[in-house]
Design a protein around this ligand. Structure first.
Ligand code: NAD
Ligand code: IPM
Ligand code: MN
Length: 356
């Protein structure tokens, strides 16, 4: 198979982990006889420094022309600590999602058995957890009108959803539930928000078309609690942009670490594959970031954008073997991990490639 893959490392640990994610794609192409052609592009703080724009037109054009995109993360402390900055790395990320029509963000929360001890949640609560989040990605309070009024003394962000936007993400979640355990939990705040009442109305109206799926509706506050009280009760979860952002960072603790969670953003055109974590200023440059979220994102890319299931599964098997052999990055190590099994980012990549 011949494909064009765009590598967009972004900022901070995005650059460190994406290098490992790409090396896995290179190895897969070699092993399975594919021809992957790579290009790279700037985004985020790196792009602002070079061009003044967090998503330069050149990057967007390369994105549209590629068959799939492996993305790292964007962000820089300079902007996090300056609420008045007008140009920000995250604007590039949001613009990419909107421009490419990436309305569905799939975030699988898969716990590798070997990491049962890595979480702060008790192993007997966690064992067997396997959740697939569908986070709506191009609507909600992220994309509505925002601004200041009242002489700059009042700020507002408008949350908005159309029936069409809710229906298309809900259908994707219903279909996915069919291929899994047949359960769908729709998470909203319909007791307070009008957007959530529309959301619930749309999901309720679709349910009769999927009589084989057991549907439940939960309020987001209660869902946040249930996620760590009893994660096994969830199969597929569908929710709005902001709720999905928050709940999946929480759910990363089910998988042991932010460094373990991959995601796929899909919709109208080229798919984007990225860890759910950010640029992690606190560990940038230390070489200790866990690259497995990027590696697992590369596995999602092969499966979802190219239909290469065997190749994708072989990456997941290599991750499993790496963990079975006792290797850990710092974020997933615990008091029982011997010092010589704690790897830095690069060494984790090397050991992983050996197992591919
Ligand atoms: P973060 O996800 O970058 O980090 C949260 C915590 O998790 C940190 O303690 C970090 O060290 C740890 N962590 C994250 N990924 C890890 C990995 N691979 N290995 C080991 N530990 C890991 O979130 P934050 O600190 O709130 O945000 C930092 C910056 O990233 C901000 O500028 C934010 O806007 C940006 N951000 C970008 C994205 C994205 O590009 N998709 C996502 C989230 C945050
Ligand atoms: C994510 C991030 C982004 C989001 C930010 C950086 C805009 O947290 O990809 O989860 O909120 O969607
Ligand atoms: Mn997030």
């Amino acid at each position: 198979m011949k494909k064009n893959i765009l590598i967009v490392p972004g900022d901070g640990i995005g650059q460190e982990v994406t290098e490992v994610g790409k090396s896995v794609l290179v190895k897969i192409a070699e092993k399975f006889g594919h021809e992957f052609i790579y290009d790279d592009a700037l985004m985020g703080h790196a792009a602002i420094e070079a061009t003044g724009n967090p998503l330069p037109d050149e990057t967007l054009a390369k994105m549209r022309a590629s068959d799939a995109i492996l993305f790292g993360a964007v962000g820089h402390p300079k902007y996090d600590n300056d609420p008045t900055a007008k140009v920000r790395p995250e604007q590039g990320l949001l613009k990419m999602r909107k421009e490419l029509g990436l309305y569905a963000n799939l975030r699988p929360i898969k716990l590798f058995d070997e990491l049962l001890g890595a979480s702060s949640i008790k192993p007997e609560i966690l064992k067997g957890s396997d959740i697939l989040f569908f986070r709506e990605l191009t609507g909600d309070i992220y994309f509505g009108e925002k601004g200041r009024k009242n002489d700059n003394n009042t700020a507002y962000d408008i949350a908005e959803y159309s029936r069409y936007e809710v229906e298309r993400i809900a259908r994707k979640a219903f279909e996915a539930a069919r291929t899994r355990r047949g359960k769908l939990c729709s998470v909203d705040k319909a007791n307070v928000l009008e957007t959530s009442r529309l959301w619930r109305e749309v999901v309720q109206a679709l349910a009769p078309e999927y009589p084989d799926i057991e549907v439940e509706h939960q309020f987001v506050d209660s869902a946040a609690m249930m996620l760590i009280k009893d994660p096994r009760r969830f199969d597929v979860v569908v929710t709005a942009n902001l709720f999905g952002d928050i709940l999946t960072d929480e759910a990363s603790q089910i998988a042991g670490s932010m460094g373990m969670l991959a995601s796929a953003s899909v919709g109208d055109s080229t798919g984007v594959y990225e860890p759910i974590h950010g640029s992690a200023h606190d560990i940038t440059g230390k070489g200790i970031a866990n690259p497995l979220a990027s590696v697992l994102s590369a596995a999602l890319l092969l499966d979802i954008s190219f239909g290469l299931k065997e190749e994708s599964d072989s990456i997941i098997a290599a991750v499993d073997q790496l963990l079975k052999d006792g290797f850990r990055t710092k974020d997933i190590a615990d008091s029982t991990t011997p010092a010589d099994k704690i790897l830095n980012t690069q060494a984790a990549g090397v050991e992983l490639l050996r197992r591919l």
